[in-house]
Design a binder for this molecule. Structure first.
Ligand code: EPU
Length: 430
């Protein structure tokens, strides 16, 4: 059943919310569980449609996957197939991170290439180039990539592309290299905390990895890996989203069970915008409204995360003057801007830069979520719009936010999830 969110703006958000486990860490960690025939237990896994879908794919590969209690998943991959067909990968682009674990474990993989998505073309050329650098024979035919890694050996791999290093590309090479003979040296490796979390778990499984968290990761291949019990890191993007929810309403929100060191650039920009930010070892508090126009530029970690760009743009709508957002990861990731304009925002897009002329009156409207982070941004903008906003295509939100509307409500927001049939007359159900 299609669902929509109805938001009535004008409430100040106050309170505490606990960060969930990271989606973008959980997906490669689940994939990595195929690197061993022993049981891998993952804790603090968020309850999201993307996670459930990845678990389903692992099941199709032949693994025994269970979710014995909320947040805990176990995977036992004694016998697995090296084939991942298109009907499995097409729904979730992140399924590409199975490539590294299948190659590591089976020395071969056959995977349909996932398509692009609304935020951009999303090629996998760097993943494939990296595998070739390890001596894998890679062929692409009829939308399917075949990898023969029987002669692969550790070597130098460069993971930089026109937009900087690739996150899942780095994850794939690290996973493949754990069980590839010799030493693999990954240059221009992604430094994202999610890649570090993957390496932490792989080391616990017996892998020999050093340098994770820096631009050079070295992996020394071992003969086999064993099971482990790993707790997923907190979701920095989700944490940042709740902090924006507080700040946009001029409220006072604390996110607990998170790591402030994973959000330094974002917090710096919040402060520059005039929001009061306090951090402790595992919490972040943001209070007060933004008052200053700021410029943000999205970049690979530790730069400003592209996955918080849409939410930050919603915040910039409040501030008098000209704020800018420059997208250096996905230059066309501005689908949310058109929907924000329907609510009264004044945003001008020129190439990869959006200029936001803030302090315009916003009013509730029916809007369409185009992707995961855009859907969050629309709900955030709706918190300060006059009247009712109806956000359609809520399934995008459920890919990456666990019980979002329920948790916003606990902070004082007026947000309801309703069947699409409840849309007011004249608002098309899609
Ligand atoms: N790129 C290439 N060639 C490649 C791979 C990437 O040109 O072979 C380009 C991309 O087109 C993009 C840039 O390099 O312009 C960075 O892409 P990257 O490979 O780092 O992205 P990803 O690993 O596919 C992950 C997250 C995304 C997040 C990006 C960037 C997961 C499951 N996904 O994707 O998360 O935006 O890193 O930080 O970890 C989201 O959660 O909403 C989301 C889209």
């Amino acid at each position: 059943m299609l669902q929509v969110a109805r938001i009535r703006g004008g409430h100040v958000l106050k309170g505490t919310v606990r960060a969930a486990g990271s989606k973008n860490a959980s997906l490669p960690l689940l994939a990595a569980s195929l690197l061993t025939g022993e049981t891998v237990t993952l804790r603090n896994v968020p309850d999201l449609s993307d996670v459930r879908y990845m678990a389903e794919i692992l099941g199709h590969q032949g693994a025994i996957v269970a979710n014995p209690e909320p947040g805990v998943w176990t995977v036992r991959a004694e016998q697995i197939s090296h084939r991942t067909p298109y009907d499995l990968v097409r729904k979730m682009r992140a399924s590409v991170c199975l490539l590294g674990s299948l190659i590591g474990r089976l020395r071969q993989a056959e995977m349909a290439i996932p398509g692009g998505c609304v935020i951009g073309p999303r090629p996998i050329d760097l993943h494939l180039k990296g595998l070739e650098a390890l001596g894998c024979v890679v062929t692409v035919e009829a939308g399917v990539v075949q990898v023969d890694a029987s002669r692969a050996r550790g070597d130098m791999v460069f993971m930089g592309g026109p937009m900087g290093s690739t996150v899942l590309g780095t994850a794939n090479i690290v996973m493949a290299a754990t069980l590839t003979p010799g030493v693999t040296r990954i240059e221009c490796a992604a430094r994202e905390p999610e890649v570090v979390d993957l390496c932490t778990m792989l080391i616990q499984m017996g892998a020999k990895i050093r340098g994770h968290g820096t631009g050079i990761i070295e992996v020394e291949g071992v003969a086999s890996l064993h099971g482990c019990d790993h707790t997923v890191i907190a979701d920095r993007i989700e944490a940042g989203t709740y902090l924006v929810a507080g700040a946009i309403t001029g409220g006072d929100v604390t996110v607990t069970h998170c790591d402030p060191s994973h959000l330094t650039t974002f917090l710096d920009k919040l402060r520059e915008a005039g929001v009061q930010v306090e951090t402790g070892p595992d919490f972040i508090r943001a209070h007060g409204k933004p008052t200053q126009a700021v410029e943000i530029i999205t970049e690979p970690y530790p730069g400003f995360p592209t996955d918080l760009q849409a939410q930050f743009m919603a915040l910039q709508l409040l501030v008098d003057g000209r704020s800018t957002v420059t997208e250096k990861i996905y230059p066309a990731r501005f689908m949310h801007a058109a929907e924000l304009q329907r609510m009264g925002a004044e945003i001008a897009i020129d190439g990869a830069t959006a200029a936001i002329y803030g302090d315009r009156p916003l009013s509730g409207a029916p809007v369409m979520a185009s992707d995961l982070r855009a859907s969050a941004a629309l709900i955030l903008a709706a918190l300060i719009a006059k009247g009712e906003t109806w956000v359609q295509r809520l399934y995008h939100l459920d890919r990456g936010y666990e019980r979002f509307e329920e948790r916003l409500r606990s902070l004082g927001a007026d947000v309801e999830r309703l069947p699409a049939s409840d849309l007011p007359k004249g608002f098309a159900e899609d």
